[in-house]
Design a protein around this ligand. Structure first.
Ligand code: GYE
Length: 339
């Protein structure tokens, strides 16, 4: 069961992206653990203890992730938050360890970006028992008890998959055989982007996925997987690549060139994230389209975290507003891209 999917779909139908107001910024909130009325009680000076937040990041696997880390760290600094930041190097076990350590340190709020959807139930129960609220950032978890976290802020990955498919539906004719470079197996974006794409091509039999393999959201693994694919008999007649992120698409572009083919022409490519490198590739005519997935969620994330620390109600799901970009607009927009 992946309960958040139902939420995704419902919100998708409503077509509503919830944008948080920036109310309350610039004032550092008192920690949730501070007893009511204790502000300023401990004799002289500024007695506001900074909010302590433990954040477990997935790693540094892509340009998207690096921009996401920058956004989180710089926003925490701006707000005077004591951020305990931990890099899990793409390993669930490291995240569980980090979360346990945040619980032991008695942080006010825990936030993390779960590398995969499953396996976090127990540690989330431990956080709940310790009375520490959890806000999920960027990726969702699959748990049977939705009260194990307060909120999940992140993109609608199913919709991103649908949007990627739509480009192929609108810009190709005749039979199209698609190769798919999948993100980290078991991660929310890999599962949802696969689902959204398949849903959109379900009634378009001329478009078929004929090969699907993980490149773990990295350039190196994307290139390696696509190199092997291009040498295999399965590559025959394949004229399209759907990559779950730009980094893997960029890796595949290198592999395609090395194989003597023209990326963006012989093999049409659509990927997700909309990082600057993807705009460069579109300007060079090597990438056809990128679907935006916005990593700059630090301000929204800390709005939620500060609210939850003050004991205020926050929505259980917050989506990020996003767009789709094609080659014709790439040159005009590249300088305005922040990541
Ligand atoms: O698309 C990819 C990153 O979880 C949305 O993770 C994120 C994904 C992003 O490594 O580039």
């Amino acid at each position: 069961m992946r309960p958040h999917r139902a939420l995704n779909t419902l919100a998708g139908i409503a077509g509503v992206a919830i944008l948080l107001t920036l109310a309350g910024c610039g004032k550092s909130p008192s920690a949730s653990s501070a007893p009511a009325g204790s502000e300023g009680a401990a004799g002289g000076g500024d007695t506001h203890a900074p909010l302590v937040v433990g954040f477990s990041q997935i790693g540094a696997e892509s340009d998207w992730r690096r921009a996401n880390t920058d956004s989180i760290q710089s926003e925490a600094k701006k707000r005077g938050i004591d951020l305990r930041f931990s890099d899990a190097q793409q390993k669930k076990e490291n995240q569980i360890k980090a979360i346990r350590s945040f619980i032991a340190q008695g942080v006010d709020v825990i936030s993390f970006s779960p590398v995969v959807e499953t396996g976090f139930e127990q540690v989330l129960e431990e956080a709940k028992k310790a009375g520490i609220p959890v806000v999920l950032s960027d990726r969702a978890v699959d748990v049977s008890d939705p009260t194990l976290y307060k909120c999940f802020i992140g993109s609608d990955f199913v919709e991103e998959g649908r949007r990627a498919a739509q480009w192929f539906i609108d810009h190709t004719e005749g039979d199209v055989k698609v190769a798919e470079l999948v993100g980290t197996p078991g991660s929310a974006p890999a599962l949802d982007r696969a689902e959204g794409f398949r849903e959109a091509i379900k009634d378009v039999p001329r478009i078929q996925i004929v090969w699907s393999q993980s490149g773990n959201f990295t350039r190196t693994e994307g290139k390696k997987a696509f190199q092997a694919f291009l040498k295999s008999p399965e590559a025959k007649g394949v004229g399209a690549l759907y990559a779950h992120n730009d980094d893997m698409a960029i890796g595949a572009i290198q592999a395609i060139k090395e194989a003597g083919l023209k990326p963006g022409v012989d093999i049409k490519i659509v990927s997700i994230d909309a990082v600057k490198e993807a705009f460069k590739a579109m300007i060079a005519g090597e990438l056809n389209c990128t679907v935006e997935c916005n990593p700059l969620i630090g301000p929204q994330l800390f709005d939620l975290i500060e609210k939850v620390a003050r004991g205020e109600e926050i929505p259980h799901r917050v989506k990020v507003d996003e767009e789709v970009f094609t080659q014709d607009v790439a040159a005009d927009l590249i300088d305005s891209r922040q990541y």
